[in-house]
Design a protein around this ligand. Sequence first.
Ligand code: ACO
Ligand code: ZN
Length: 226
Amino acid sequence: AEADDQLIIDAGQKQFGATVCGSCGMIYSADSLEDNFQHTQFHQSFLDGIKFVGWKKERVVAEFWDGKIILVLPDDPKYAVKKAEDVRRLADNELGFQQVSLRCPSQVKTYLYVNSDRMVVGCLIAEHIRQGFRVLEQPEQTKDMTREDFMEHHRAWCCSTTPEKAICGVSRIWVFSLARRKGIATRMLDTVRNSFMYGGHLTKEEIAFSDPTPDGKLFATKYCEK
Ligand code: ACO
Ligand code: ZN
C-alpha cells in the first residue's frame, strides 16, 4: 500500500508541479498546453532579446577570452539604445522590478556583456550619483522569522542611514542565468570602474548598489571585500 501511495503522490506532483525554465526563467506548468504555448512564445522572445547581431560601430571597452563588453550611451544610434532597453526590460522582468523609467536617462551608461555565441549575457546600468548608503553586514540569525519579519529586517539592516560620498550608482546588474558564477558580473564592474569617468579609476568605495536583491547583495559583499 505504501508503494501505491507513493506512486499517487509522484503522479500528482508531476501533474500539478510548476517548472522553472533554466534559461528564460519563466515558471509554468509543463502539463498545461496553454502554459507550454505561452512558455514557448516567451522563451523565443527572450532569446531574440539577448541575440546580438553586431553593429557597425561598437564601443568595445573590454575584451575577454569568452566575450567583450560594449558600452551604450544615450546618444548612440537608435538600434544600440533599443538593444540596451530590450535587455534591461528582460532583466527588470526577472528582477520583478516595475517598469519604471530611469531617474535621468540622459546620464545612463549601459554595459552589455556579449559572449562568443553573440548573446548578451550580462547587463549593467550605471548612473552618476552624489551619495550612497553603505550596505551593512547582515546579522546571522534569520531562522524562526516569518517572511514579513525577514523582509522588514532585511530592509532595515540593508543600509546605513548616514550618506557617504559615492560617484557611480549601479541601478541594475544582471547576468543570464546559464552564464552565472563565471565572473561576468565581476568583470563588468571592474570595467565600469575603469571606464565610467574619463581618465579616472573608481575605487570600490565610490560605487554604490541601489536596492540590491539577495543575489545582488551576496555578489556585492564578495566583490567589495576582494
Ligand atoms: N550566491 C552566493 N554568492 C554569489 C552569488 C550567489 N547567487 N552570485 C555571486 N556570488 C559571489 C561569489 O562569491 C562569486 O564568486 P565564486 O563564483 O567564485 O564563488 C562572486 O560573487 C563573483 O560572482 P560573479 O560570477 O562575478 O557573478 P555573476 O556573473 O554570477 O552575477 C549576479 C551575479 C549579477 C547577482 C547574478 O546572480 C544575477 O544576475 N542575478 C539575478 C539578478 C539580480 O538579482 N541582480 C542583482 C540585482 S541588484 C541591482 O541590480 C543593484
Ligand atoms: Zn524558457
